[in-house]
Ligand binder design. Structure first.
Ligand code: NAD
Length: 431
């Protein structure tokens, strides 16, 4: 099939590359000339495990093309995926500016029937808005359908998730669009990984409901972690005992320094706004957000109790919002680093892949490639991202390199007893 993808970010690149790899003819278009130039030069602008190999192969074969020429991309494709960003605006709603821009271009330059697929995370009712914008901008009446196909990929495992999704949601009221979409997706669906066709509005809500449910589990455990600490329990044991219940399951039950990234925070805020706009209560989602914001300062508070932060040097292991990605959008590490800097600390930070992005956002931070180099002569170490690279390090060397043997483990990757035996002043979350 001939596809075009609007937006070459995490979602657009993985989707475009994945579909090209299945034999489709894919044009990815973006307004960011520098990004497109990079992609045309064979350089991936993001880090995502497994993506580089399939990008290179499909780019070289000519099945995967990149352009800023949106007109050509729209006209040469039967299906157009909208994969542009939907960040929070000042009212904490999803900012639909980029989605609307793409819809305008599609309307204006459409030359024959198209399926327009909303893959960006957008509030319920956006498909109607996209349809209206396309109609308003059409030069002449041409048939088209708008479909909602929310994306559930996890950064760090996006290629795997594309190839083996839990489910594919296709929200449409059109039989024609349903047939086109199911035939496109058929190769991706396993027998036990269903393609589910829903109404458009249900599909739009399914995406927010999924992220809100996962965020709820995280805030739920983070709130319980305080009780565990006060009462002398261990949140990891509680999580395991809880997760063994087959009605609950073990995923997303880890207490830590809160969720970040380009999805959960903004999606919870957007869902809250949408509920309010529809005259519905949003207390639960407001609480989830509030708990998460508070959680990001927990490690700073813990450190303050044992160390004079002014004029200290603090090492931070992990900047990305989670392991296996270079994405630092709304990463808890950023809030932690800025809070410590405001309190007069110097910061050393290290991350396996996110340093380039971090340099653009974080000023006056000394970056290191090597975790041991990062901590040399530091007054304390904070673990902010649970990269595997930090799990099996030589903790005796860590103790020697640190000026004070203080570790605040914001991701509970170490065993408290072992750390105490080694002579660390160690504090995890909820243990
Ligand atoms: P991103 O910020 O990485 O990429 C968005 C891209 O869209 C940018 O390259 C930008 O230049 C481009 N763009 C903006 N306006 C454009 C236009 N008019 N025409 C063409 N391109 C344009 O975003 P992302 O992380 O890939 O997320 C995209 C959407 O998918 C968001 O709605 C997000 O909530 C959703 N989503 C993201 C993830 C994730 O893990 N990142 C997962 C599921 C869903």
């Amino acid at each position: 099939m001939k596809l075009s993808i609007a937006g070459t970010g995490y979602v657009g690149l993985v989707t475009g590359t994945g579909f090209a790899n299945l034999g489709n003819d894919v044009i990815c278009f973006d307004v960011d000339q520098a990004k497109i130039n990079q992609l045309k030069d064979g350089v991936l602008p993001i880090y995502e495990p497994g993506l580089e190999e399939i990008y290179k192969r499909n780019f070289e074969s000519g099945r995967l093309r990149f352009t800023t020429d949106s007109v050509k991309a729209v006209q040469e494709s039967e299906i157009i995926f909208i994969c542009v960003g939907t960040p929070s605006n000042e009212k904490q709603e999803a900012d639909l500016t980029y989605v609307k821009e793409v819809a305008k271009v599609i309307g204006k330059y459409m030359n024959e029937y198209k399926v327009v697929v909303n893959k960006s995370t957008v509030p319920v009712g956006t498909a109607d808005l996209v349809e209206q914008i396309i109609k308003e901008n059409q030069q002449k009446e041409i048939e088209f359908d708008v479909v909602s196909n929310p994306e559930f990929l996890r950064e760090g495992a996006a290629v795997k998730d594309f190839e083996n999704p839990d489910r594919i949601i296709i929200g449409t009221d059109s039989k024609k669009a349903e047939e086109i979409m199911t035939s496109l997706f058929r190769s991706r669906a396993r027998t036990d990984r269903p393609i589910m066709v829903t109404g458009i509005k249900s599909a739009e809500i399914i995406k927010y409901a999924s992220n809100a449910m996962l965020a709820t589990r995280i805030s739920f455990m983070n709130q319980l972690s305080f009780l565990c600490e006060k009462a002398g329990a261990d949140i990891k044991e509680v999580a395991r005992g809880l997760g063994l219940d087959s009605r609950i399951g073990p995923r997303f039950l880890q207490a830590g320094i809160g969720y970040g990234g380009s999805c959960f925070p903004k999606d919870i805020r957007a869902l809250t706004s949408t509920l309010k706009q529809h005259g519905c209560d949003s207390d639960l989602f407001e609480a989830i957000h509030r708990i998460n914001e508070k959680q990001k300062s927990v490690v700073v508070e813990k450190l303050r109790e044992i160390l004079e932060i002014k004029d200290s040097t603090i090492a931070i292991w992990g900047i990305s919002f989670k392991p296996k990605t270079d994405d630092i959008r709304e990463a808890p590490s950023i809030k932690i680093i800025n809070a410590l800097k405001d309190m007069g600390a110097k910061i050393h930070a290290c991350d396996p892949v996110a340093i380039e992005n971090a340099r653009k956002t974080l000023k006056d931070v000394k970056f290191f490639e090597n975790p041991y180099e990062t901590i040399r002569d530091c007054d304390a170490l904070i673990v902010a991202t649970e990269w595997d690279e930090f799990r099996n390090l030589d903790m005796r060397a860590v103790k020697i390199l640190l000026k004070n043997p203080i570790i605040i483990d914001g991701r509970n990757i170490y065993d408290p007893k072992e750390m105490q035996t080694l002579g660390f002043i160690y504090s995890g979350i909820g243990r």
